[in-house]
Structures are given as C-alpha cells and as structure tokens.
Design a protein around this ligand. Structure first.
Ligand code: SF4
Length: 447
C-alpha cells in the first residue's frame, strides 16, 4: 500500500459515530515495587484507542501480548497502573466503592473457557441470576422471569434453569456465560476468546448469536481473539497488539487486505489460504518475543521485525549476516536476564568464570559460512568475550552501540496511513525511511 499521509496520528481520529470508550495512555504493570524487586511485567504498555457505540472492535495478537489484560483492565477486573479509561466521558479508573459497583453493571465480560468459568455447584438459574441478586434488581420473582427470558435469548430452554453446568455441552455453557454477562443489561461487553475453546461447528453458531444479541440489545463489543478468521467475520475494526502495544488499528477489511505495519503483515501471512492453489508468501518471525519485564527501549517489535531499519553504518550488510547479528543479540539479551549465583559472581571477580563458555559454539553456529566481514566479526568476538567473562550486560551494551538503529532506541509514533485514518506504529511511515511495502516486497522477491 502507499503509506499515504505520513503524519503523526492520535487515538482513532477517523472513527465515525459516538465514542463510548476512550482509552488514553493506558498501562498495566505487575510487580516491580520495592528496592530489591525485579522490574515490573509490562503487560499493557501505553495504549490509546476508542471504541464507538454499537461497534465491535477486534483485539488480536499472539498469546502473551497483553490483550486479555487489556480487556480485563477496561472492565476494571484489573486496576490500571497509569492512564485513563473514559466510559461515556467518566474516567472509570478513578471510581471506587458504590460508584464503581454501579458502573460495573454497564460493562461485563464473557470468558474464554466455558468449562471453568461456571460454578459447577450452582444451577444455571442461580448462575445467571447472581449478578441480579448482587445488584438487587427487582423482586425475586422478577429476577427468575428475567433469567428465563435471557435463557431464551441465548437459545436455551426455560427448563434449563434448574440444571447444572455439567449437564451441558461446551457451546451451551458458553451460551450460559453470555446470558449471565447480559443479565444487568450492560452497554459494553468484553468477549475474551469466546469461541476458541469450542468445536469449529459450534463456533459459527456462537458468533452468530453474539451478532444477533448485539443488534437486539445495542451492545458494544471488544472481541479478543487469536483466530484471525473469526475476527474478520465479526469485527468492524481491528487493533493488532504486540508486547503490550497496539501496532495497528483500523477498519477490518482494509487492514486485512492492505496491512501497513510489519507485524500485521507477518500475522496475516500466517492465515492459511482457503484455495490451496494460491501461493502465499509466509513471513516467519525469528526468535520469540522478549520478556515483558525487559521490553526493547525502542519499538516493541524491533527484535523480530522483518522490516527493521538498520543503522546507516551497516546498511549494506547482507540479510544472512544481519539476521545472525540479531539472533546473537537475542542470545546475549537472554543471558543478561539470568541472575548469577554468589559462587559464580566470585568466580567472575577473580577471572575464573566459565559458565558461558558455550557462547563460542553459538557464534560458530550463527556466523560460520555467512561471509561475515572481519570488522563485524571483531565486534561479535569482543561481545562474546564479555559474555565469557560473565558480563552479558556489557556485551549487550557493546553490541547496541555498534548495531542499534532508530528501531532499537526510539519509540515510534502512531501514524495515519490511510484515508480512513488507520493508524500504524512504525518509523517506516515517515519520509526518512523506505516504506514497509517496499522492504517486504524486496524480501519476498529474494533480494
Ligand atoms: S519501527 Fe522498526 S522495528 Fe518497529 S515495526 Fe517499524 S520497522 Fe519494525
């Protein structure tokens, strides 16, 4: 695609309709308090977006990217570390006590696993009625009638009221979970992987049910999923998440047919083509995502990005050598996260540290036969020496000084990349760098 406007974007400026939820600079960190504590886990690391009234916003990404934590923070099952979540103009992260309880009626969640999310010792009637009891809605008779109506709405029978969860199939249990989420007539529902634990034949029925209920009850959904096909089917817009950050957000069809961000490209390239005769270029990402305790200082995707910008001094390196350098840096990064025992620290101090001598083997595995230049090899060997001496952090810094690019050091902005104001988080959307399409296109041509 043409990376059109190349201007810095703000949270979803293009979205039409009335905003129901506005998320600004939201962070959710775990741990990290106290002088001796490990750094915090940055599950959600500064996200901005809006959800319009009546729409379904999809949230996709690999497992562990923070999407479930984000969903739970939006409905206040988790407390935000920083940032705000405005719901109809009220920042709900500030609510406490009665106000919070009152607000909770408005936002509900449907959990992924219908097997474990229902209490097996309660009848279906009790499970669905529980939120009504907690909020003392109407008389006991009103509540019973309401539950029976809800059961009918989700395709169950009134006589199911007195049965227990174990008497139902996975699909039926998910219907019960949906009925419970709708009991308090919320405006907003987080659907956390609502069909991923179900058989394929049942998934479509639940998705259709969710669409029907959305129309009937004027619901607004956040649909969290790793099944990209389901997201395409049900969502108006999609946000793509990686390591606690939203990499791209925009209209579903546009994003699926013309992705802008390198991470979206790689994620979509993994969807199997329905027609096996159509050839499709698959982008296989190297390595694994970094720990959310130690995310990159720059772009979150920098350690695996197929379109990563190189430092000017090393622009001419061939792809194989560059890839070997990146993998070597990943090994060093992992070593730097391992705490040394007191014995090894003493050995390090007296110059007898030998725990990481196998780094030579890693260097040989990665660089032998790559035609790497003497200059690059000298840097690699210097870093390997730091590792062998027991100082992987020093090696990490050394390699950073030599091979860091803007992707490693500077967080990108969100840029507007289409006339419908799709937003993408990548330095390549500025005039200064070659476009994402051009770089990925060259790679798929084997250049
Ligand atoms: S900023 Fe750099 S690392 Fe991040 S997605 Fe863009 S090219 Fe890749």
């Amino acid at each position: 695609m043409s990376e059109m406007t190349q201007q810095r974007g703000r949270a979803d400026p293009a979205v039409v309709g009335e905003t129901l939820v506005e998320v600004k600079g939201l962070k959710k960190y775990y741990g990290g308090q106290g002088v001796l504590a490990d750094p915090p886990v940055k599950a959600v690391d500064g996200v901005d977006f809006t959800i319009q009234r009546g729409e379904t916003l999809g949230l996709v990404g690999e497992s562990g990217c923070g999407k479930t934590t984000l969903g739970r923070t939006l409905v206040q099952l988790e407390t935000a570390t920083e940032g705000s979540v405005e719901f109809d103009g009220t920042d709900i992260t500030e609510l406490t006590g009665k106000q919070l309880k009152q607000w909770r009626r408005n936002a509900q969640i449907v959990f992924q696993d219908p097997e474990s999310s229902l209490n097996d010792r309660m009848t279906i009637g009790e499970i669905v009625r529980e939120p009504l009891d907690v909020h003392e809605v109407g008389s006991p008779r009103d509540r019973r009638d309401k539950v029976k109506d809800l059961l009918a709405s989700v395709g169950l029978q009134p006589e199911h009221y007195y049965r227990y969860p174990h008497q139902f199939s996975g699909g039926q249990r998910q219907r019960i979970g949906i009925a419970r989420a709708l009991a308090l007539e919320p405006e907003f529902v987080v659907l956390d992987e609502p069909v991923s634990a179900l058989d394929t034949s049942v998934q479509a029925k639940i998705l259709n049910l969710l669409e029907d209920l959305q129309e009937e009850y004027d619901l607004t959904y956040l649909f969290i999923a790793h099944d990209l096909a389901a997201v395409r089917h049900i969502c108006d817009r999609v946000a793509v998440m990686y390591l606690g950050k939203i990499m791209e957000i925009g209209l579903t069809e546009e994003l699926y047919t013309d992705p802008a961000n390198p991470y979206t490209h790689s994620l979509l390239s993994a969807i199997p083509e329905p027609d096996p005769t159509v050839e499709k270029e698959r982008i296989t990402l190297p390595g694994t995502p970094p720990s959310p305790r130690d995310p990159p200082e720059g772009c979150q995707f920098t350690t695996r990005c197929p379109a990563k910008i190189r430092p000017e001094t090393h622009e001419q390196l061939d792809a194989e050598t560059w890839n070997a350098i990146e993998r070597f840096r990943e090994v060093i990064r992992e070593r730097s996260r391992i705490d040394l025992s007191i014995r090894n620290r003493i050995r390090r101090r007296v110059g007898r540290f030998s725990k990481y001598d196998d780094i030579d083997e890693t260097v040989a595995d990665l660089f032998d036969g790559t035609g790497v230049s003497e200059e690059v090899m000298a840097h690699v060997e210097q870093a390997a020496d730091h590792v062998k001496d027991g100082y992987p952090n020093r090696a990490r810094e050394y390699m950073g000084e030599e091979f860091d690019s803007v992707c490693d050091t500077t967080r990108p902005d969100l840029y507007t990349v289409s006339p419908t104001n799709r937003l993408s988080y990548c330095h390549r959307h500025t005039d200064e760098y070659e476009s994402v399409d051009s770089v990925l296109g060259r790679q798929s041509d084997g250049e």
